[in-house]
Each structure stands twice: as structure tokens, then as C-alpha cells.
Design a protein around this ligand. Structure first.
Ligand code: ZN
Length: 259
């Protein structure tokens, strides 16, 4: 039996139009950055590492000028992954696997704090990120300062069952970035919990079938959203969206278990 905990990895103030291609700019919203800890009997799995804790004091240094202007941090000092784990009585050394959904700054900011964990990343994501770092003309802007550390990155291709028992399964949802992945968790009640990360920012994106304006591949992202929607609507999965403030407001958060 496993537990899933929702951890706050920060809050970001951004323009609502960055979430919905059909919304005009001019309305600011504050959205959560969410990480998850899954306590499997064989070891703990952390999904995403949030915004780097140093970004509060030095947003331009961590995010760069362009991102720091687009995204304003609204986090409290403890809205970061190491503090959130401490509230569960855990430290980075207790985390066996870290899953990065993708390499944007709000999903891999805390990577460097897990030097003893094995990171599970889609090969496509890593290859695109490395190409971007090498100066190749790819339209992908991964956060090098956050992911580019000598960590134990293990690259996976497509669907990947972390423990081989069907309980924690990495699920490719390409499109937001070249190798984005979501996570399906079987928490023991017969229905899946699906952690979409940025394959789907909010429930509204899924229900209105509207993509964000900025993405890697619209056709891929659209089919990823459709597959996630099918899990929700036809298979009864509980979907936790990547940055949905309304859903977050009603979620049980660490140290209370989500499921
Ligand atoms: Zn994000």
C-alpha cells in the first residue's frame, strides 16, 4: 500500500494568457508548483523538485531576466521541496528515485539537493535539453542551471514501471516539451491517480480543450491531453493537474496524505 503526498514547490504569479492560447493578456493569476512524494514499500519516489529555493532571494540569477519578468515568485520560504520533505520527517537521502516530468525551472529547481537519488527522465527530454545546451537550434529552453548537475540520470524510453509492480508508472505525455512525462499511481483503491505535470496545466485546459500558446508540439500535446482525458473520463482516474490553483485549494497537502 502506498501513500501519495502533495508538496508545495512554490507559487508563481503569471499572466493567465500563458495558460490558454485563446485568452487575451492582462490578467495575472497565482498558481501552485506541485511536487509529489510517493511512499512505496521498496523506496520513496519524488515527482519533480519545484522551484530552486534560492530563486526567492535572487530571481534574476536563478531564472534569468526574461523568465523573472514573466514569472514572479510568490512562495513562502518553506514552499520548496527540501522543507516540504522535512515536514514529513524525511531528508533528501530518503528519496530513492526522483522523477522529472521535464526540465523547466519550476520542475527541476531542487534537483541538486538529491545527489544520492537516481533520476528518471525520458531520453527524448534529456537529448533535447543537451542539444539546447550545446547551442543547437532547438526551440526548447530547458533550465540548465537547475538540471545540468552531475546527478545519476537514468534515461527511459516511453512507459516505464518504476518498481515493476504496476504501482508507479511513468507515462509519456510529449508535446509540452520534447520528452515530457506524467505519472500514474495505483494507490490501492482500484482507480489510478494521474499526476499530469505540465501535460495539462489546469482542469479548464482539459475541459475546454485549449492548449497554452507556448509549447513544443501542439499535435503531440493535444493527443497527450486526449489520453489523459480518457483516463479521467473513461477509466475513472483522479487527475491532479500541473498548476491548477482551484484544485490545489481543495487538495490535502503534506503532511496529510493525498491518497
Ligand atoms: Zn510548470
Amino acid at each position: 500500500m502506498l501513500d501519495v503526498f502533495a508538496l508545495c514547490g512554490g507559487y508563481i504569479d503569471l499572466d493567465r494568457s500563458s495558460f490558454f492560447a485563446d485568452v487575451a493578456p492582462g490578467t495575472r493569476v497565482t498558481v501552485p508548483v506541485i511536487c509529489f512524494l510517493i511512499t512505496h514499500p521498496r523506496g520513496h519516489v519524488l515527482v519533480d523538485t519545484g522551484v530552486h529555493r534560492g530563486a526567492l532571494a535572487d530571481p534574476v540569477g536563478r531564472l534569468g531576466e526574461r523568465r523573472a519578468a514573466l514569472f514572479r515568485l510568490r512562495s513562502a520560504p518553506t514552499d520548496e521541496v527540501v522543507s516540504q520533505l522535512a515536514a514529513l520527517g524525511l531528508g533528501p537521502g530518503d528519496v530513492r528515485y526522483v522523477v522529472n516530468s521535464h526540465f523547466h525551472f519550476d520542475h527541476c529547481g531542487g534537483n541538486e539537493f538529491f545527489p544520492r537519488s537516481t533520476f528518471l527522465v525520458q531520453r527524448r527530454e534529456m537529448e533535447a535539453a543537451r542539444q539546447a545546451l550545446a547551442g543547437a537550434a532547438v526551440r526548447y529552453n530547458p533550465s540548465a542551471i537547475d538540471f545540468d548537475h552531475p546527478l545519476d540520470y537514468r534515461l527511459v524510453d516511453g512507459e516505464h514501471d518504476v518498481w515493476g509492480d504496476g504501482q508507479v508508472v511513468l507515462w509519456p505525455t510529449y508535446g509540452h516539451t520534447p520528452g515530457h512525462q506524467s505519472v500514474r499511481v495505483r494507490a490501492g483503491k482500484g482507480t489510478d491517480l494521474v499526476l499530469t505535470a505540465d501535460a495539462c496545466y489546469t482542469r479548464e485546459n482539459m475541459d475546454r480543450d485549449v492548449l497554452p500558446g507556448v509549447l513544443w508540439d501542439a499535435a503531440d500535446m493535444s493527443s497527450s491531453v486526449a489520453r489523459l482525458r480518457e483516463l479521467r473520463d473513461r477509466h475513472g482516474a483522479t487527475v491532479i493537474y500541473g498548476h491548477d490553483a482551484a484544485q490545489w485549494a481543495g487538495l490535502a497537502r503534506a503532511p496529510a496524505p493525498l491518497a
